[in-house]
Design a protein around this ligand. Structure first.
Ligand code: DGY
Length: 347
């Protein structure tokens, strides 16, 4: 599908994006916009063919591999701009982009609260066994109130373990501290004094109301976090250092009745090891938005009652997905007229 066919620049967009403001932004920047209509994941050859020999910019998806081949092809087609339609950029080879002299944008900010809210939703869905309970109702199994029907975990006053205290991890931690009186231990490369100060101020507010204190500290190492937390939530980027960060060894350190949430990237967890662990520990509860080999799930995962799964929709609100489209369009339109990027990877 083509918008503004007479535009001076040509921009390809590998999927239809929500809303229409992003098209207006590109059209106002004198871009012809060619949008691929295919719903399935585009392979490298299809994207290269869509670029042809005249393409000044591209907006790509987290499901596509943007590496040497595509950046070289984009450069050869006259390209000078790329934006990922995602805040995560593990699908982008930044070094290959630099070699081709193509700046890379992403879409931070507009999905922070949205993704954190989904992490909260998954946390309580896992803690209170909502997936199981809903299946039970739909199967017509409810035969009346019972004192021990679907007993779950109370999170109020417990300890939250945040792996990766960046924008999303911090927003989620604040929601859980403020809403549910949780204390925080976080694992990150650097101190997050804003989060620590927030929790300390909030603790004073609680104290004035006669409520027990909440605390926040940086874990000395991952092991310390895994042992201390009643709920572990993953918000890190995926790179070589975080691939399978949560493997069988790490899982064995987490309390057997704790909760594990992942809204970051699937390969941070060794999914086969997770299936084994959940089989052997029925009180361990898991909420997953992302999977190691999307769209597939590890064998057996779908059979586990203590796991709740959703299809990578943590940022899926209309406001956020339209905002991501606007940001990606601003990235590309801005680059074409020589502006700095609106959103760029934190490197
Ligand atoms: C991202 O932006 O990285 C999410 O995975 C999708 O919004």
């Amino acid at each position: 599908h083509t918008h503004n066919p007479n535009g001076k620049y040509r921009v390809i967009v590998t999927k239809t994006l929500p809303g229409s403001r992003w098209i207006d932004i590109l059209a106002a920047a004198d871009c012809r916009v060619d949008v691929c209509q295919e719903k399935s994941v585009l392979d490298i050859e299809t994207i290269r063919a869509a670029m042809g020999n005249r393409c000044h910019g591209a907006i790509g998806q987290l499901t596509e591999t943007w590496g040497e081949t595509l950046f070289t092809a984009l450069k050869a087609a006259g390209g000078t701009a790329y934006s990922n339609y995602a805040v995560g950029y593990n699908n982008v080879d930044l070094e290959a982009a630099t070699r081709a002299d193509i700046p890379v944008g992403n879409t931070p900010g507009v999905l922070t609260e949205t993704t954190a809210e989904m992490a909260v939703a998954l946390t309580f869905a896992a803690a209170r066994r909502l997936g199981e309970a809903e299946r039970f109702m739909r199967a017509g199994c409810y035969a009346g109130w019972l004192p021990d029907l679907f007993l779950g975990n109370l999170l109020n006053g417990k300890t939250l373990g945040i792996i990766g205290a960046g924008r999303i991890g911090t927003a989620y931690a604040c929601m859980m501290v403020q809403g549910h009186g949780m204390s925080v231990v976080y694992y990150d490369l650097s101190d997050n004094s804003e989060l620590e100060n927030f929790v300390s101020d909030f603790s004073k507010f609680r104290d004035a109301r006669g409520l027990p204190p909440v605390t926040c500290r940086r874990a000395v190492d991952l092991e310390a976090l895994l042992k201390a937390a009643d709920c572990v939530s993953i918000h890190t980027v995926l790179d070589d250092s975080t691939h399978h960060l949560i493997d069988a060894h790490a899982l064995a350190l987490i309390k057997t009745d704790a909760i594990l949430i992942n809204t970051s990237r699937g390969p941070v967890i060794d999914e086969a090891a997770l299936v084994d662990h959940c089989r052997n520990h029925p009180d361990f509860r898991v909420g997953l938005d992302v999977f190691e080999h999307e769209p597939a799930m590890a064998a057996g995962l779908d059979q586990l009652d203590n796991v709740i799964v959703v299809p990578h929709i943590a940022s899926a609100t209309r406001w956020t997905r339209e905002g991501m489209a606007i940001l990606a369009a601003c990235n590309v339109a801005g680059l074409l007229r020589g502006d700095p990027l609106w959103g760029k990877p934190d490197i």
